[in-house]
Design a binder for this molecule. Structure first.
Ligand SMILES: Cc1cc2nc3c(=O)[nH]c(=O)nc-3n(C[C@H](O)[C@H](O)[C@H](O)COP(=O)(O)O)c2cc1C
Length: 411
């Protein structure tokens, strides 16, 4: 007999139990007859519910003590919908929908470690103790619906203090709610982001690193189970890494060793407070697509060092540190970088960038190039991508990806 694991929440109802599939119909009947408290109705938690061994995409993935029900992650995506850092009902529904849609891991958008680390005044942030409860509400919901709750913590450096993308993506002044920016060197990004940042002092560096540590502690308090440090996309850490944005002559600039000092120190400090049992990821732009920028070879060395410091998985990304980059856009364009890092560093890898088809994702996983796929825009287009992917890959039980409230209806 096929058994389905259905965990009931909250704890006022019997402890998690295994319910034979046929009994589910009885549960549904009880709910339809109002015999079960209404709170339960929306709170069925899903597990990997069908024989996952047929595909790699739906094979559970264990990272440290966390088991993901499949290898589909929601890539962090800024929503520019917060006020003073607080996530709200938009985030709950947006992220919750992707958990309900079946993703194994949902990573909350770049969440600033300090107010000046926000890209825009509408970014989410985790710099007040008070932020914890707002995030905890979301983390709880994601977990109740079978996804691992993850969060990306970030500082935007010289790319901070902008308006929202749909308002132009320009730097804004204080009169529009902006602020003075900081960066390794006093060099503007360029183009519409022309604000010249203040070169960070050693005290600034120590302060931002302490902010990352506090943010990690708060993420833990909010019961997230996966933490990603944002070292990519031309934001603060990447600005230290790239010779195009870092012209310092002290211990944080110049040589490769100096340019990765910010990463190594920040990572070690965060790892210390982020429990060893929980996955710690970093997103890295592994190349700059611009002359004189960082190279994949350097990034392989950086990932080696991060692995030795306790990195559990590298999230391979690229570029965005200058406006002059020349990117050869193509489907799955960063998979090859991730594969090389996986091979040469022997570390779990994930990547995003134009992974849109189930077969494309499955092939990359089967070929041992990746351990998990991150989807951004395709999951915005279709929160039920995991369900549709299972159908495309020939699952005979794909309906079980849907929450019971829906699955019973489409059976
Ligand atoms: C609306 C939007 C917001 C994004 N915000 C973030 C972010 O907060 N942090 C980050 O590392 N990447 C961010 N990205 C990049 C995505 O996480 C992802 O890497 C990128 O979109 C490529 O994946 P895709 O081709 O599946 O969309 C964002 C992308 C989009 C479309």
């Amino acid at each position: 007999m096929i058994t389905l694991a259905v965990e009931l929440w909250p704890t006022t109802v019997p402890a998690p139990q295994i319910i034979p599939k046929d009994d589910l119909r009885e549960l549904i009947r009880l709910r339809e007859n109002d015999k079960l408290p209404v709170t339960i109705e929306t709170q069925f938690q899903r597990r990997p519910l069908f024989d996952n061994t047929m595909t790699k995409l739906f094979e559970p993935l264990r990272i440290k003590d966390i088991s993901l029900r499949n290898r589909i992650a929601v890539s962090p995506m800024c929503q520019y919908s917060s006020v003073d850092g607080y996530p709200n009902d938009w985030h709950l529904v947006h992220l919750g929908s992707r958990a309900v849609g079946g993703a194994g891991l949902v990573v909350i958008e770049a969440t600033a470690v300090s107010p000046d680390g926000r890209i825009s005044p509408a970014d989410s942030g985790i710099y007040y103790e008070d932020h914890v409860e707002s995030f905890a509400k979301i983390a709880r919901f994601l977990k109740q619906h079978g996804a691992c709750a993850g969060i990306q913590i970030a500082h935007a450096g010289r790319k901070a203090s902008t308006n929202k993308p749909w308002d132009g993506n320009d730097h804004i002044g204080k009169e529009q709610g902006g602020w003075d920016t900081i960066a390794p060197s006093a060099i503007a990004f360029g183009g519409k982001l022309d604000k010249i940042p203040r070169e960070m002092t050693l005290d600034d560096i120590a302060r931002v690193q302490a902010d990352f540590v506090s943010a990690a502690k708060r993420a833990l308090a909010a019961e997230f189970e996966c933490l990603e440090i944002h070292f990519a996309h031309g934001y603060l850490a990447h600005e230290f890494y790239s010779p195009l944005s870092n012209k310092r002559t002290d211990a944080y600039g110049g040589s490769f060793k100096n340019r990765i000092r910010f990463h190594m120190e920040t990572f070690a400090a965060v790892r210390e407070v982020w429990p060893a049992r929980l996955p710690l990821l970093a997103r890295l732009s592994v190349n700059d697509w611009d002359e004189g920028g960082v190279t994949l070879e350097e990034s392989i060395e950086l990932v080696k060092q991060l692995k030795a410091a306790g990195l559990d998985m590298i999230d391979v990304s690229h570029g965005m540190v200058t406006p002059n980059e020349n990117i050869p856009w193509a489907p799955g364009m960063t998979i090859a970088f991730a594969a090389r890092i996986r091979r040469e560093v022997d570390i779990a890898t994930t990547t995003s960038w134009l992974i849109t088809h189930a077969k494309q994702a499955e092939d990359a996983l089967q070929a041992g190039k990746l351990d998990m796929v991150m989807l951004g825009r395709e999951l915005l287009r279709d929160p039920y991508w995991p369900y549709h992917a299972a159908i495309e890959l020939g699952s005979t039980a794909s309906r079980d990806i849907l929450p019971i409230q829906y699955a019973r209806a489409v059976e």
